[in-house]
Design a protein around this ligand. Structure first.
Ligand code: ADP
Ligand code: GN1
Ligand code: MG
Length: 371
């Protein structure tokens, strides 16, 4: 099987944009952003009064039910828009993603090669960062996902469709990982046996959240589930505009969102840092994320949920280590890679981050308790 991110595009970019109901004339279409899953382009129009657009190929190997995925995003974005309108908020086109329909009124266009395309209004004057540089940004990141949580907490109607079933179900991730280790499909196990042991020694500890959910101790909520800092758009003054990349918005537990935000954002190094000396939990950024998140969500979280927030950071870092190593053992099918052992470098950087969280565990818990 080929990798999930390899695509064949036979149509010209203009033939694609012609399928969508857009204003203005397309001037340029250029690759955009640093996502690991979808393929993204910025579409500029020539007229000064016509908007620019964001064009994406949805990775349908990963998101296998694109119609339901699209319906989730339509429900979530229109609910947020209605709430912002009711609150009298200004600048709404920059405060929530606006999906663009095809000429047939659909939310996506499927080409003859089987690629699923979609468009959003391009949010102007916004930027996202791959890495944070200060505590103000960490608080903004925490607030962004806290606000999102509040905005979607009263979404009416049926539960959202589980686009990737068990996305953060650690029990299932561990089960799949053990199977991959046993199968050793591309013969890479020997080289990573110590890393595998490190993860499996901890497997029971990280089943806790799924077990608490099953026992009814914490509620399922609508959560974002992919809370990387480059999925937050900020304005010129680094104030929050909105969160984007809504593909994984579905039922889950609240600690997933703050946990993944900290995993990604409160690291002194990069997610794929080859120099492990750079990698570690930055406790000031950790505190910033927790503070910003609780500012927005204090009133809606139960005491039990609040008590899971610091654990969420360890949990999502553990899970991400498992996911990167699993993909490495599987021959690099899921994540886009830039060089041969990129997934192994990523896994080891995440493992180092987890070790530093374990070392700082008491302080992490205290920070949450003091908020
Ligand atoms: P992926 O799932 O591959 O991460 P994203 O939806 O996050 O894809 O998009 C990739 C990048 O494009 C984001 O990190 C952000 O910088 C930028 N981006 C996404 N949507 C918009 C938008 N509507 N307006 C402006 N920039 C956007
Ligand atoms: C992927 O799409 P992107 O780059 O925001 C992944 C996340 C991982 C992240 C690691 C659908 O996020 O779960 O945490 O890479 N998204 C999916 O960088 O698997
Ligand atoms: Mg993204």
């Amino acid at each position: 099987m080929n990798s999930y991110y390899q695509i064949i595009i036979a149509m010209t970019p203009e033939q694609i944009t012609n399928q969508f109901s857009i204003d203005g004339t397309v001037a340029t279409i250029k690759p955009f952003g640093n996502g690991l899953i979808n393929t993204t382009y910025k579409v500029r129009t020539s007229e000064s009064d016509a908007p620019n657009y964001l064009l994406q190929i949805i990775n349908h190997h990963i998101f296998q039910n694109v119609p339901e995925l699209t319906r989730n995003i339509e429900r979530v974005t229109s609910h947020i828009r209605e709430k912002l309108e009711a609150q009298g908020a200004g600048d709404i086109d920059r405060r929530v993603l606006t999906p663009v329909k095809t000429n047939d009124g659909e939310g996506f266009y499927k080409d003859d090669e089987g690629n699923y395309w979609r468009m959003f209004l391009f949010i102007e004057g916004a930027h996202s960062y791959d890495q944070l540089t200060n505590v103000k940004q960490a608080e903004a990141g925490g607030r962004a996902f806290g606000q999102f949580q509040k905005l979607v907490s009263d979404l009416p109607g049926d539960p959202l469709y589980p686009v990737i079933p068990g996305f953060h179900d650690t029990e299932m991730r561990i089960k799949n990982f053990k199977e991959r280790v046993n199968e050793n499909p591309v013969g890479r196990l020997e080289e990573v046996q110590q890393d595998v042991n490190f993860l499996l020694e901890r497997s029971d500890e990280y089943k806790k959240i799924i077990q608490m959910g099953r026992e009814g101790k914490i509620p399922q909520r609508i959560v974002h589930q992919d809370t990387k800092f480059n999925n937050v758009l900020l304005d010129e003054n680094d104030e929050v505009l909105c969160v984007i990349d809504l593909d994984t918005v579905m039922p889950g537990y609240v600690c997933y969102d703050i946990g993944d935000a900290i995993r990604n954002g409160a690291n002194t190094g990069k997610e794929d840092d080859p120099n492990l000396d750079n990698v570690g939990i930055d406790m000031e950024l950790f505190e910033g994320f927790i503070k910003g998140f609780l500012q927005e969500t204090r009133d809606i979280l139960s005491a039990e949920e609040k008590a899971t927030l610091a654990f969420g950071a360890k949990l999502l870092t553990y899970e991400q280590t498992v996911r990167f190593l699993d993909d490495y053992l599987n021959g690099d099918k899921y994540y886009k890679i830039e060089y041969a052992n990129h997934n192994l470098v990523r896994a080891r950087a995440q493992m180092k981050l987890l070790q530093t969280m374990e070392e700082n565990w008491n302080a992490m818990q205290r920070i949450v308790e003091e908020q």
